[in-house]
Every structure is written in C-alpha cells, then in structure tokens.
Design a protein around this ligand. Structure first.
Ligand code: ASP
Length: 325
C-alpha cells in the first residue's frame, strides 16, 4: 500500500523528473535539482560577501536575501576600489554605481549611473519589488532611492580622490579594468528550497566617460538567472560582455548540456572570436547550475572566485583561462 508519506516522496520525484524532461539538457545527462545551499562570488572580496550570504543560506534563508546582503558587505567597505563607497570615480571625479539582482521567478531589478547612494544592489531590489519597471538610471534612480529611505552620502574617499588626481596628470582615456583581484562583485546562490538568485554590483571601469554604463546593470550581460537551468555572472571589460550577452549565453549553453565550467569557457571563446585585439581584454564568467555544480573561466589568468557550501568553508578557487598576461 502506498502510504501518504510515500506518495509525497513519489510526487517529489515525479516533479524532479518532469523538471528534467522540461529542461531538455542537450547531452541527456539527468541533472537533479539540488537543495544543498551553495554560494559563489567573484574575486578575493567574494570571501567577505560569501560569509554573510552563507549565514543566511545555512539558516534556511532565501538565495535572494543571500545575494543582496552578501554583496552589500563589499559595497559598504570603503577600502574596496571597485564597488560601492570607495569605488574609483569616472574621469570627472564622480563615483557612479551600477548593479542588478535577479531571482528564481525571473523577477529582476537594475540600477545604473547611480550617484551618492552606496548600496545600489538594494536599490535594484527595491526597483524590482516596488515598481512596475526593471531599470532606473541617473537622477531618477537617485530620487527613487531617496524616496525609499536610502541615505545620500559622498562615495569618493580620500584614497580614491588621490588616485584620480594622479590619473588626471596624464588623463589617458582608456577604460581601466581592475585586474588585481578587486573588481565587480557578482554572486550566485542556490538555497535550501532549490531556488537560484544572483546579484552584481560595481563602480564600473575606473575613469570611464561620465555617463558610461557597463555590463553589470544589464540583465543578460552582467547577470542572468533561469531557475530551471542555472545562473551566471560576469566581470571584466563590460563592453565585451555586452557584445555577446555574456551571462545569458552561459545559461543557454548550460541548457544545451554543457557543464558550468565548459559553458563559461565557450562564452570566453565567443568573446575572443568577436574581438580582433585581445590585448588587456580581461573577462571572467561564473556559472552555478540547478544541481549545485559550479565553475568559472576567464580570458586571462588571475581571475578567481570564492565558494561556500556544506563541504567547502568559503575558499578561493582560481579559474582556468585561455591565455596569460
Ligand atoms: N564589468 C564591469 C564594467 O565593465 C567592471 C569590471 O568588472 O571590472 O563596468
């Protein structure tokens, strides 16, 4: 006799298999959705962000809360020169921030060219939850943030101002992508309900043209989540990532059956195929699949990410890469 308990178990299995059938993974490998929480995030500062995110995930919290609160740790750190307060300004000395967030229901929010508000990822979440829109930029985004109770503050620290003034001496216009282990933070998480979310936040390329947006606030470029398949995020030269809709591409490659690392590598290959001059063009991708498998890949050496789950206590992993500097 099938007890009610067994029936519930069988129904749960049934939904797993209907997930597989629906997801059409190209290589026909059965991929079972996981409910073991895991979080990955870009660069060394991923450790600080994962610590917060893991507190939330390990207590049964949602991936959405984890990816928002996790990256806010880095936004709040004035010593980080590429995210939130302390982020490098544009060529006019103004710190302008970009961020986005996406959840398991494909809800998303994004903010670009935001000034004087240090937590753009939280503003992006408010846009997602409180407005009928996905993206707000500039003055309108700031006005919305102030109405939502965010505090106005000066984000240009003394160190950033000093570095900018140094740069002004030559003012060579070349978007400077940080490659020394501090850059955009992108975070992907899977929670104990088996749901995926992601976030991405940055001050963008240092000394960029005033008004420039990179990939980080663009859903599908800097970040993409499809709860049936997986999630991906990007860091590096935003213009190159936008050109191939990088994070969306990585998720679609996983949908076709590629392993997370392989999907990131193929997206890197695509970027390489679209650029004649790859000098200094660093891009790194991270991917987290619905079954909890994850990976990353970059154009050049030097990209790493932090991982936390039940087995791995927040450790850094160096990605494989196409070429060396
Ligand atoms: N992807 C970011 C941008 O282009 C910057 C970075 O990750 O370095 O704005």
């Amino acid at each position: 006799m099938t007890s009610r308990r067994n029936f519930v178990k069988l129904s749960a299995l049934g939904s797993l298999f209907s997930f597989n059938a629906f997801s059409t993974f190209g290589k026909n490998t059965p991929i079972l959705p996981s409910k073991e929480p895991v979080v990955i995030s870009t660069w060394n500062h991923g450790i600080m962000a994962n610590k917060k995110a893991w507190e939330i995930l390990s207590a049964g919290g949602t991936a959405l809360d984890a990816v928002e609160k996790g990256v806010m740790e880095v936004e709040n750190d004035p010593t980080g020169a590429s995210v939130g307060i302390g982020g490098r300004p544009d060529r006019e000395g103004r710190v302008t921030l970009d961020a986005c967030i996406m959840d398991e229901k494909s809800r998303c929010g994004s903010v670009g060219f935001l000034q004087d508000i240090k937590n753009p990822v939280a503003v992006a979440r408010k846009i997602m939850e409180e407005t009928p829109h996905i993206m707000l930029v500039g003055e309108g985004a700031k006005q919305f943030a102030l109405e939502q109770g965010f505090k106005e503050e000066n984000l240009l620290t003394q160190e950033s101002e000093k570095a900018w003034k140094e740069w002004l001496k030559e003012s060579k216009y070349k978007p400077v992508i940080n490659v020394e282990n501090h850059d955009t933070i992108g975070m992907l998480a899977l929670d104990s309900n088996g749901n995926l979310s992601g976030s991405c936040t940055t001050s963008g390329a240092a000394y960029k043209l005033h008004g420039r947006l990179g990939d980080s606030p663009i859903i599908g470029s800097g970040l993409f989540v499809d709860n049936e398949i997986g999630a991906a995020c990007a860091t590096g030269l935003g213009e190159a990532v936008i050109r191939v809709a990088g994070s969306h591409l990585v998720v679609e490659l996983m949908r076709q059956g590629h392993e997370p690392e392989e999907a990131c590598k193929l997206a890197v290959d695509r970027i390489i195929s679209k650029h004649e001059n790859m000098e200094g063009l660093q891009v790194g991708f991270l991917a987290l699949r619905k079954d909890g498998k994850y990976g990353g890949y970059s154009v050049y050496n030097g990209f790493n990410y932090a991982v936390a789950n039940k087995q791995i206590n927040n450790e850094l992993v160096d990605t494989k890469f196409d070429r060396s500097w």
